[in-house]
Design a protein around this ligand. Sequence first.
Ligand code: ARG
Length: 564
Amino acid sequence: MDFKKQVVDTLVKVLPEEITEEQVNKLIEKPKTSELGDYAFPTFILAKSLHKNPKMIAEELVEKIDTTGFEKVVNTGAYINFFLDKKAFSNDVINEVLTKNTDYGNADEGKGRNVPIDMSSPNIAKPMSMGHLRSTVIGNSIAKIISKLNYNPVKINHLGDWGTQFGKLIVGYKLWGSVEEVEADPINNLLKYYVRFHKEAEEKPELDDEARAWFRKMEEGDKEALSLWTWFKELSLKEFQKIYDRLDVKFDHFTGESFYNDKMDAIVDTLEEKGLLKESRGAEIVDLSEYDLSPALIKKTDGATLYITRDLAAAKYRKDTFDFVKSLYVVGSEQAEHFAKLKIVLKKMGYDWSDDIDYIPFGLITTGGKKLSTRSGRVILLENVLNDAVDLAKKQIEEKNPNLKDKEAVAEAVGVGAVVFHDLKNDRRDSFDFNLEDVVRFEGETGPYVQYTNARALSILRKSGVSDYESISNHAISDPEAWDTIKMLQNFPAVVERASNTYEPSVVAKYVLKLAKSFNQYYAHSRILADDDDLKARLSLVKAVSIVLQMSLGLLGVKAPEEM
Ligand code: ARG
């Protein structure tokens, strides 16, 4: 049942004819506190035409309103306040959640159309950084959220597996590395050569020339260069996969930058045909000065292609292959200019679908206020973060619930879930400092807090012995303590829609924190298992809450252990 519509319909019957239903719909507000009702209508708009003051108008209108189906309708100053019939409302909402179950909140806005999501995209031979973690979990969550509106997400890992850095790596490996060392601890040792390369190249610039030469060999298909590169890539992917498994993130395609090697000539040709390419000091560029941007560097002096050249090819390939309605790129805000250029160049090439490209930036994770970078060696290794979080979770479980079965698995779900939740609860554009203790707390605005709330709800349900909730005929609750929770349940579909429209998982994270909080308040104030006439209605509310808590955690890519 659409309760807002009920309010609109009721108002339209008593308002002057020139006020349309649409206007009323727009004017209706949701009061901040429940003392002012569930919906309120401001009468200011009528003052002019009725030649009366708004307060008087409100008083007169309230007299005329048919209050059937409402608990009451009153006026506060110039507002008309509608109080919904709590029993009818709760019966309706809980019934809908229980019957739709995990389909609750689904809609058909996307009509099954494709939305490629460029996400994670770590660089081969380097550790996956906290930035890549952000891209992975934000992208994964956006995929799940838009799926509820029946978009078809296509998760693409645009691996950084091509570029001059691999020339540097080959030089470093040949100078200082060995097969044994690399096999023993691939990413850390490859990183070690890379960091050392940068240090030594400061004194010995000839190293840079060597690196360029090796990358040119790669682009020319040289056997030795490519077999080293393939080896680095395979080892790296194996390490990355461990993290994806722990995060439970799956990709539809691992098409990295190298995938576009044979698709770039066509792009360069088109740029040429359209007269967009210019020569500048031996390099080929697209001039973007009219947009106050530095030029897009398409080919270097030595003919080597660049990051943006590969992105142009990738964008075109995605349009041709997936015929997308939207094409998303979940990449840190430091690349804003790159994506601005990408869109402009595509547009200049005549591809109007470039308007459907949405760059989804996110802020940095810092430690102690400092930026992280691979070159400086100041990286937080994601794997260590996850391990530490899981250890901390284990310690807390040991204190709270030492006899819990499956302790290891629960600790993994709680620790990893805590890191993911922490990442998603902030507006994605915000930067935040990472402090493990804050992340894994069982109280406050954390993932474990929500998981714990759900486990508590499930434990109540187990104790009750009831299992068939849909068949409970009466879900009507008039309990004022339950009212906030019930209204939050009703709000879930709107939350999913807003999260989807803004590509903002934090909308779901903030919502689920509030839902958990309001449910815990209800739990603290009422004896849910008391043996009275409303027992079953209360249990069906608990069930509905657990469904929505689990679904929200699921949309964030966070697991919901049954006990903890
Ligand atoms: N590998 C890049 C990096 O780590 C991110 C790639 C983002 N995706 C893209 N299509 N450019 O910075």
